[in-house]
Design a protein around this ligand. Structure first.
Ligand code: SF4
Ligand code: SF4
Length: 107
């Protein structure tokens, strides 16, 4: 077992703004708008990106014990998943814009 760092959210001070979810490059934060968020420790490599983004300073970095191989695999998987999700969203947005443009042109 190795010691490593992960992010931890103090749920009492979280306002559910979702900024951290959008900022996390590893898709490691879960939560819905206006509800307390939570870090999935299995998927967080402790990059600290979310810490600087949180408007209520309720994310801290803590130490836990976990196998390094385990976390490497999960991080790789999550990174790819996030990339795919972003590409899909981009595609959907550009399709929507084209639909709107076509409607304007036809009217
Ligand atoms: S420390 Fe990095 S990987 Fe972990 S939850 Fe924050 S932004 Fe995501
Ligand atoms: S950025 Fe901070 S306040 Fe906003 S949802 Fe994340 S942990 Fe909660």
């Amino acid at each position: 077992m190795n010691e490593r760092i992960v992010a931890q959210i103090n749920e009492n001070n979280c306002i559910g703004c979702t900024i951290c979810i959008n900022a996390c490059p590893f898709d490691a934060i879960i939560g819905a708008q206006n509800y307390s968020h939570r870090v999935n420790r299995q998927e967080c490599p402790g990059c600290k990106v979310c810490v600087t983004k949180c408007p209520t300073d309720c994310i801290e970095i803590v130490k836990i014990k976990q196998s390094k191989d385990d976390i490497k695999e999960k991080v790789k998987f999550n990174f790819q998943r996030r990339k795919l999700r972003k590409e899909n969203l981009k595609k959907i947005r550009s399709e929507n814009i084209n639909i709107q443009l076509n409607k304007i042109i036809k009217s």
